[in-house]
Design a binder for this molecule. Structure first.
Ligand SMILES: Nc1ncnc2c1ncn2[C@@H]1O[C@H](COP(=O)(O)OP(=O)(O)OP(=O)(O)O)[C@@H](O)[C@H]1O
Ligand SMILES: [Mg+2]
Length: 242
C-alpha cells in the first residue's frame, strides 16, 4: 500500500478540498482509503459520519466512523475531543482491518501535526509492517507559501522521531492553491498551481465538487504510485530470492 499525507501549516488553505478531490479521482483506478485526521471532521461530515474511530475506541462504540462510496473508503479518525486517546497498539488491529483491501491511503491532516497524527502514523506502521511518507503540501500564495517553504523540511525529522524506521520521505507535490493572477517563482520542481475558483469559494466543499487544475496533481500522484508499485515488486522478488 502506498501512503500520501496531505499537509500544510496554515488553516483554510484547501487541504481537505485537495484530499477529497484527489481521493475521488484516484478511486477511479485504485482502491482508496481517505482518512480525515482533522478535528474539524470536514470530510467525515460531508459523508454523514458523526463519529470518529478514536472516539469509538475510547467510548467502546463501533458505529458511524467509516463509509464506502465505490472504490473509495472514507474514515473519520476523530471528532471533537475524545475522552481518552488510545495507544497506537490499541488502534493498530482495527486500522489493519480497515486498510487491508486498499492500494492507496490518503490522510488529510490539521495544520499542526499533533499527538493524534503521531498515533495514526505509529498505528499505520504497526498495522502494515512499514512506514513511508509521500507528502503533498498545500498552501496559498504569499506569506503562507513562504512559511511552507521554510518549514516543510522539518517534517521528515519529525516522522523519523515518531517512527525511526520510516523507509522514505518524498515530496509528491507542492500545491499552491487559490491563486489569483501570477504566482511567485519558487525553487520547487513538483509544483501544482490551482486557481482561485469563485464557485467553490462561495458554495464550500461538497462531495461532488470539481476544481480546475486538480488533474496535474492527480498525474503526479499516479506517477508516484506507478514508481512505488515497481519498487514493491522488486522488493518482493528480492525477498523471495533471499
Ligand atoms: N481553489 C479554491 N478556490 C476557491 N475556494 C477554495 C479553493 N480551494 C478550497 N476552497 C475553499 O476554501 C475553504 C477552505 O478549504 P478547506 O476546508 O479544504 O481548507 P483546509 O486547509 O482543509 O482547512 P482546515 O485547516 O480548517 O482543515 C472551503 O470553503 C473550500 O471550499
Ligand atoms: Mg481541513
Amino acid at each position: 500500500m502506498i501512503r500520501f499525507s496531505v499537509l500544510g501549516f496554515k488553516g483554510g488553505v484547501g487541504k481537505s478540498t485537495i484530499s477529497l478531490l484527489l481521493a475521488k479521482k484516484l478511486a477511479e483506478t485504485y482502491r482508496v482509503t481517505l482518512v480525515d485526521r482533522d478535528n474539524t471532521n470536514t470530510i467525515g461530515r460531508l459523508y454523514g459520519l458523526n463519529n470518529g474511530l478514536i472516539n469509538a475506541l475510547s467510548e467502546g462504540k463501533e458505529d458511524n466512523f467509516l463509509t464506502r462510496d465505490g472504490n473509495l473508503q472514507v474514515v473519520s479518525m476523530v471528532r471533537f475531543f475524545p475522552r481518552r486517546i488510545p495507544s497506537p497498539e490499541e488502534l493498530a488491529p482495527i486500522y489493519r482491518d480497515i486498510l487491508k483491501d486498499s492500494d492507496v491511503l490518503i490522510t488529510d491532516n490539521p495544520p499542526n501535526l499533533d499527538e493524534l497524527c503521531e498515533i495514526e502514523y505509529k498505528a499505520y506502521r504497526l498495522a502494515t509492517g512499514e512506514a513511508h511518507c509521500n507528502s503533498i503540501f498545500v498552501t496559498t500564495p504569499g506569506v503562507a507559501l513562504r512559511l511552507t517553504l521554510k518549514h516543510m523540511n522539518e517534517v521528515p525529522g519529525l516522522l523519523r522521531e515518531w517512527v525511526p524506521d520510516t523507509r522514505y520521505f518524498r515530496l509528491t507535490a507542492l500545491v499552491i492553491n487559490m491563486v489569483k493572477g501570477e504566482v511567485e517563482d519558487v525553487p520547487v520542481e513538483r509544483k501544482v498551481v490551482i486557481p482561485f475558483h469563485r464557485e467553490m469559494f462561495y458554495s464550500g466543499l461538497q462531495v461532488d465538487s470539481y476544481l480546475p487544475g486538480i488533474e496535474n496533481l492527480v498525474e503526479l500522484t499516479k506517477n508516484t504510485i506507478q514508481l512505488e508499485l515497481v519498487n514493491e515488486e522488486e522488493r518482493t522478488q528480492l525477498s523471495r530470492k533471499a
